[in-house]
Design a protein around this ligand. Structure first.
Ligand code: SAM
Length: 376
């Protein structure tokens, strides 16, 4: 391995150990620190495109092997999402060394061809008030179009039961008996538009690698993307996959910016497209995000359109406000901003609705208007 590649792996894995995994995943923190000490372990990750060389891809590939061809490997015993219960000890990095030695080619192939797909149904609790607000602004049924949809779990956001909590106040919206998603409301304001009815005329998701929720083999990759201590998230993933498999929204394989105009052209004029993204735009280059903003503006000039973004500020709101709306650390667990951009009669408005937790665990309703100033 070249010294520059080794240096990159050392820096990246050390950063993730200290800044992303600490406090969230003791096992990934320990494994990431071990890779920073022995970067050759993560050499398979160099097969990924440069912007995909993240520890979360490498560890998802590791978990995928443990779920498929290496089910009896000693590393399984350490990972609660695989039924393991062993605490972190010196055997954990040793088990990774052994797995990499036995499956280096498999890991390389996975890193070369996969991207992380953390499809988290609880983010629907973040989107729900934004869809309620979008429905109010649009005044017509919404056609939901998700960019970076993965298995489409968020395309059925209106079918989950979203429960919001703030101190003693607890309110639920959505159908009784749906998959329950619990979200803490922080700050002083209530996400009132969550109570609005959302009529959905159509549901379409675009993804480079859409996952068929009804295919148990395909969904293993989504399970492998769940961090090892997050067993509650794994259970929610399985429950949401079952609901999507029954609802069968339309999923389109393609690059989101390229595929969007074709998908929008299929939306009936009786509905207002609601293009939305969650934790997906960080995968785009700056140039592609600008192309996306332009595509949306061109569509908004021709027909009424709503856009909902649940993205870190620099990957979302700033595309339309032209300036930082939220300072803060970047990274996988960055605070998100829930943003609504709406075109009516060709005129655009921008509202930053809320600050959001990475996996839908909390939101802080702010609802502030911004001048529309797309980055060119
Ligand atoms: C982190 S997942 C988020 C999934 C879902 N939106 C959620 O929040 O639960 C990001 C998804 O974006 C997809 N993706 C990344 N870049 C893409 C692109 N240029 N075009 C289409 N999909 C893309 C990935 O395949 C992945 O499924």
């Amino acid at each position: 391995m070249k010294a520059a590649d080794a240096g990159l792996l050392i820096r990246t894995f050390r950063h993730f150990a200290h800044k992303e995994f600490r406090g969230h995943s003791p096992r990934y923190e320990r494994l990431s620190a071990a890779v920073a000490d022995q970067p050759e372990l993560a050499e398979p990750l160099l097969a990924a495109p440069p912007d995909q060389r993240r520890p979360i891809l490498f560890f998802a590939a590791v978990q995928y092997l443990l779920r498929t061809v290496a089910r009896d490997h000693p590393l399984v015993a350490y990972l609660p999402t695989l039924g393991g219960s062993r605490d972190v000890d010196s055997g954990l990095p040793a088990a990774l060394v052994d797995l990499v030695a036995a499956h280096r080619d498999d890991l390389t192939a996975l890193c070369a061809t996969r991207t992380t797909q953390t499809n988290e149904a609880r983010r629907a609790a973040l989107l729900r008030p934004a869809f309620g607000r979008a429905a109010g602004v649009a005044g017509r049924p919404l056609a939901l179009v998700e960019l970076g949809t993965s298995a489409g779990l968020l395309l059925i956001s209106d079918r989950y039961t979203c429960e919001y909590r703030h101190g003693d106040r607890v309110e639920s919206y959505g159908p009784a008996g749906g998959l329950a998603l619990s979200c803490e409301v922080r700050g002083e304001r209530w996400p009132s538009p969550a109570a609005n009815d959302v009529a959905v005329a159509d549901r379409v998701g675009i993804d480079l690698s859409p996952v068929d929720a009804a295919d148990p083999h395909a969904t293993e990759w989504l399970r492998a993307c769940v961090w090892p201590e997050h067993t509650e998230r794994l259970a929610r993933l399985d429950a949401a996959l079952a609901e999507v498999a029954a609802a069968r929204p339309r999923l389109v394989a393609g690059e989101m910016v390229a595929a969007l105009p074709g998908v929008l052209s299929t939306v009936d004029n009786g509905a207002v497209p609601c293009v939305f993204t969650s934790n997906a735009l960080m995968y785009l280059s700056d140039a592609d995000r600008r192309r996306l903003a332009l595509t949306l503006a061109e569509c908004g000039a021709r027909r009424d359109l709503t856009v909902v973004l649940n993205e870190a500020s620099q990957c979302g709101a700033e595309m339309f406000t032209g300036r930082p709306a939220e300072a803060g650390p970047r990274g996988v667990l960055a605070v998100g901003l829930l943003t609504l951009v709406a075109w009516r009669g060709g005129r655009a408005t921008v509202e930053v609705l809320a600050r959001t937790g990475p996996h839908g665990e909390w939101l802080e309703w702010v609802q502030r208007e911004y001048a529309y100033a797309p980055v060119r």
